[in-house]
Design a protein around this ligand. Sequence first.
Ligand code: ZN
Length: 235
Amino acid sequence: MKNVDTGALSTAGGTAYKAMSLTDGEIATMSDQSCAAMDQKNQVAPANNKYTVRLNNMIRQMPTTVNGRPASYKVYLTEDVNAWAMANGCIRVYSGLMDLMTDDEVRGVVGHEIGHVALGHSKSRMQTAYAASAARALVGAVGGTVGQMTQSQAGDLAEKFVNAQFSQSQESAADNYSFDLLTERKLERKGLVTAFEKLAKLSGPSATGSSLMSSHPPSAARAAAMQKRLDSAKK
Ligand SMILES: [Zn+2]
C-alpha cells in the first residue's frame, strides 16, 4: 500500500482496506496514542496509592511482556468494573473491578485481557475501531501511514477500542488463554471461575457498556466452562 494514490485511500472503501492492512508497528503507534489519551481522561492511581501497590503485588508472577512489548500495568480510579489491554502492552485495571474481586480473580481477568492481545483480537479490534473513528482521515493526510493523532482523535479511537465487543469465540479463547497462563505460572485458577460468577451477578442494565461484562457468552456459562476445565485438570 506504499504507493497507492492517497485520494483513493480517503474514500470509505480505501479506509476500510487500509484499516485491515495496518502493520503491527502502526497498530502499536495507534495503541500508544490511544493509551495515552485514556490515561489523560481517567484518573490514574499514583505509585503510592493502595490500589497500585496491590496491583503491583498481584501481578508479580504475571507476564512482564505482551507480544514482545513491555507490559505497563496501571489502575484507573473509578467505580466502573472493567479492565482491558492494548497491543502495545498497555494494561489497565479499574479500581471498581479490584474492589469487587480477590487477587486470584483479578489475575484471571488480567490473563484474559492479555489473551486478547496474544491471540490477535486486540489488533483486529483496533483495526475496526480505527475504520470507524475520526482518526481514519489521517491515513489520506499523511500518505498512507498512521501519523500523530490529535488528542481528540486518539481519545475517540480509544473509546471505540475500549467499548467494542469481542465475539463469543474470542471471549472463550481468551478465557482459555488465561486458564493456560495461570496453569503455566502455577497460580490459582479457581479465581477465573469465581470472577465470572461475580460478573454474572452484576449483569443487568448497569453492566452495559463494559465489554468485560458483555452478555455473550453469558458470564455464568463462562464460569461453568472454566469450572469444567478445572475439574478435568484435577482428574
Ligand atoms: Zn474479553
